[in-house]
Design a protein around this ligand. Structure first.
Ligand code: SF4
Length: 80
């Protein structure tokens, strides 16, 4: 995530991505997401982050998932 939401959430103060290069979370098409996802796996607010991205349809890496992965998660949830 990039922290530029219109309404920042309190949990964002604990976001690990706020401490590193924000470009990692917005790789070019076909670029690696591995480093960002590795940081997300250690992030204490991963669940909140993922929930927000699913709710708001954010771009980039959020909660350790890519946009495509979140799209598949939503499709699976809607089909269930
Ligand atoms: S889960 Fe990843 S994108 Fe979300 S706040 Fe944590 S480090 Fe940032």
């Amino acid at each position: 995530m990039d922290g530029t939401l219109a309404r920042p959430e309190p949990w964002m103060a604990n976001a690990l991505c706020a401490q590193v290069d924000g470009d990692l979370w917005f790789p070019d098409k076909g670029g690696s997401t591995r480093e960002a996802k590795a940081i997300c796996r250690r992030c204490p607010v991963r669940a909140q982050c993922l929930a927000l991205a699913l709710e708001q349809g954010e771009t980039g890496i959020w909660g350790g998932t890519s946009e495509n992965e979140r799209r598949r998660m939503k499709t699976s949830a809607e089909a269930a």
